[in-house]
Design a protein around this ligand. Sequence first.
Ligand SMILES: Cc1cc2nc3c(=O)[nH]c(=O)nc-3n(C[C@H](O)[C@H](O)[C@H](O)COP(=O)(O)OP(=O)(O)OC[C@H]3O[C@@H](n4cnc5c(N)ncnc54)[C@H](O)[C@@H]3O)c2cc1C
Length: 371
Amino acid sequence: MYDYLIVGGGFAGCVIAERIASQLGKKVLIIDRRNHIAGNAHDYYDNNGILIHKYGPHIFHTSSKKVWDYLSNFTEWIPYEHTVMAVVNGKKVPVPFNLNSIEQVFPKKIASKYQALLLEKYGYGLKIPILKLLENKQEDLKVIADFIYQNIFYGYTLKQWGLKPEELDFSVTSRVPVFISHDNRYFQDTYQGIPEKGYTELFNKLIKNKNIEVLLNTDYKINSSSIKFNKLIYTGPIDEYFDYKFGKLPYRSLHFDFKTFKKEWFQEVAQVNYPNDFDYTRITEFKHFHRQKTKATTVAFEFPQEFELGKNEPYYPIQNVSNNDLYNRYKKESEKLKNTIFVGRLAEYKYYNMDQIVGVALMKFDKEIAK
Ligand SMILES: Cc1cc2nc3c(=O)[nH]c(=O)nc-3n(C[C@H](O)[C@H](O)[C@H](O)COP(=O)(O)OP(=O)(O)OC[C@H]3O[C@@H](n4cnc5c(N)ncnc54)[C@H](O)[C@@H]3O)c2cc1C
């Protein structure tokens, strides 16, 4: 008999498992239907010895000292600050689009004019969501806003989400703002890095406790009746838990085309975006994260696609008013259940970054489990 059954071996499930096992000394079983732990943060070495992020590039960044200190108990970090370039009219420009990007795409005199206008209007260091920038009435600001919208956001969002930027929840489009700065880093958080030995190794340390057992290739829906437990922590899709009784929650999925090239480097940074060309949105070259020295290199071409149950993975919740309403109906149902906690990106239908879900898991433990 287990004190807790935890469905899902991603950050939400494993952080809570670690807390219960180490702080309460209770017995935990983690099950995951995949053949590995670490959820979407899972990484592995390919045939060329390159550490690959199986479900797309995962860069750790946070401004929460609590989260950083907590994870630092289980890993050392390689300092890594993510830089992203986007190909616009054949040129590679920094993303988030910033004052340096303007210099790359406009002749010097015009670039200076736009930079001065943006600095005057917003001040140095401000981050502005593109849809806010588009609200400008001043003629030149409208021109630069339209340029950025058309060349950086429109095509990328259409490929990524199958929707125009204005059809998405504001919280999604504002994740990558326009940055009035010369800072080319993708994130400005206080703490940034990649686990020294990779995410999977971090997870191995996280769940190394005599009170924790793990069963892989084990689906909750198929196996739960044969497992004896007192309380349930569920990090899988909330609509699936309730057998889709109100309907399916829509997700966006991805297909990764991994290719190895017999050359040392493929591109100058880990991530290059293609907002306007090709069917893929971005190419990730994994070697950059650990600065691995190998003769070959592996990259992933990332193709967004519709999520189809049983065919591909639910990656991103498509947050808009009607989908959030549907989620809230499931949430109400979940609140009626005793001894069951729903947490994580699939169970809460939220676009969580890793640091956010670690913070939420720690908070859930303190407030709802250890209380
Ligand atoms: C392409 C991509 C890139 C990302 N990049 C970053 C980044 O750079 N930085 C960042 O901070 N965050 C990033 N994220 C977000 C990050 O992946 C999430 O924050 C994190 O995975 C959330 O952890 P979780 O435990 O909630 O969910 P998951 O990691 O998805 O774990 C849930 C687990 O539950 C299992 N499960 C589901 N249903 C069942 C069931 N019925 N039975 C058994 N097991 C089940 C699943 O197999 C899965 O392993 C990215 C996400 C994606 C999709």
